[in-house]
Design a protein around this ligand. Structure first.
Ligand code: GLA
Length: 356
């Protein structure tokens, strides 16, 4: 596994989270950001390249230690979560729905000591901005997780699988665990190496919410299986050539593979263009990524296509595309500062951390 570059205090990429030792009744506060994926969509689960960025919207959990259980309420989710620890059972069956995520993390960490507290979040749920991964990373830190960002990401990903049954990749959790303020992350999902790439401050990155969706019950799992079928025919997509992709006999698998192979190249080109502040090229890559998700990967919706077309036609917008798992969620645009009035201008933020 590739080494991480050295970074600053806990919560930054490459450093270790250390268990917070405080008196039992001392308050604990943790924060985990959401993320927007700039480019590299539906590539993580075939060991491809992704380029997400943690954003200045997130989930904060405040509470105190509680022996033997978790009690949580939330500003933006209904119900009260009450879980006895150690958690045994099927987290996916819990009610309210968000209890599944909390229980799955607690089970994954083997936690016996819990927390009583309250969550506040300004990441809309079901928007493709990784609200669930942020929730799980926050809960893990509050439960005293210690280890590296990659270990945190792996725990949170396995917990997400247990809570939802959706075979998602590692991008969201890894970005949230390892982000560095002011940077987007070029992640190689094969060796899990990260390159932190500075985000210039003479562009705006704008996220527009289009429609709620959940990946449970969506065609996400089908896409994972279609990519696996392509790999059964030609081997790993991360190293496949266009010639090999064209030889895939299953037409659906061939389309999906074509997206993945081209998207991996777009990620490389995007990171290079960002480093040299070549914004028109960034924009073209965003447009091409969207067209591929729409036409080859079938994860866009007419509503998202219309939003992207509208953004691409606005003066000062370099380019836009759908972001996240798709089937709804958000679109992201890169533009000249102030070119877009509607939507959230997001800034590249630090990863999950224990607050002082
Ligand atoms: C969701 C998943 C990620 C990734 C994206 C699509 O966000 O959680 O692992 O597959 O969809 O790029």
């Amino acid at each position: 596994m590739a080494d991480h570059p050295p970074f600053g205090p806990p919560g930054r990429s490459g450093t270790t989270f250390t268990r917070v030792t405080r008196p039992d009744d001392a308050p604990i506060r943790v924060h985990a950001p959401g993320r927007v994926n700039l480019i590299g969509e539906h590539t993580d689960y075939t060991g491809g390249l992704v380029f997400p960025m943690a954003i200045d919207r997130g989930t904060t959990l405040s509470g105190t230690r509680r022996h033997g259980g978790v009690i949580l309420t939330s500003d933006d989710a209904p119900g009260r979560v009450e879980i006895a620890l150690p958690f045994v059972g099927d987290p996916a069956s819990l009610d309210p729905r968000w209890a599944s995520f909390v229980a799955a993390v607690a089970a994954e960490l083997g936690a016996t000591d819990g927390i009583e507290g309250h969550l506040r979040s300004n990441i809309p749920a079901g928007a493709g901005l990784s609200s669930s991964a942020a929730l799980m990373c926050a809960v893990a830190l509050a439960l005293g997780f210690d280890g590296t960002p990659l270990e945190l990401a792996r725990h949170a990903r396995r917990a997400e699988h247990a809570a939802t049954g959706v075979p998602t990749g590692i991008m969201d959790q890894y970005c949230i665990a390892a982000a560095v303020a002011g940077h987007a992350m070029l992640i190689d999902c094969d060796d899990l190496s990260i390159e932190q790439v500075p985000v210039p401050d003479d562009i705006d990155i704008v996220v527009r919410f289009i429609a709620h969706r959940t990946l449970r019950g969506s065609a996400y799992r089908d896409r994972v299986e279609e990519c696996a079928r392509a790999e059964d025919e030609i081997g790993p997509l991360r190293s496949a050539t266009a010639y090999e992709v064209n030889s895939i006999t299953d037409p659906t698998a061939r389309k999906r593979a074509r997206h993945v192979v081209h998207e991996n190249q777009r990620v490389r080109d995007f990171a290079a263009a960002l480093r040299r502040a070549d914004y028109p090229t960034l924009g073209n890559l965003l447009r091409a990524s969207h067209a591929s998700l729409r036409d080859e990967f079938d994860t866009s919706t007419p509503h998202m296509d219309a939003a992207v077309d509208e953004l691409n036609a606005i003066d000062g917008v370099f380019g836009a595309r759908m972001t996240g798992g798709g089937f709804g969620g958000c679109v992201v645009a890169i533009c000249e500062p102030g070119a877009l009035q509607d939507g959230w201008v997001v800034t590249a933020s630090a990863g999950a951390r224990v607050l002082p």
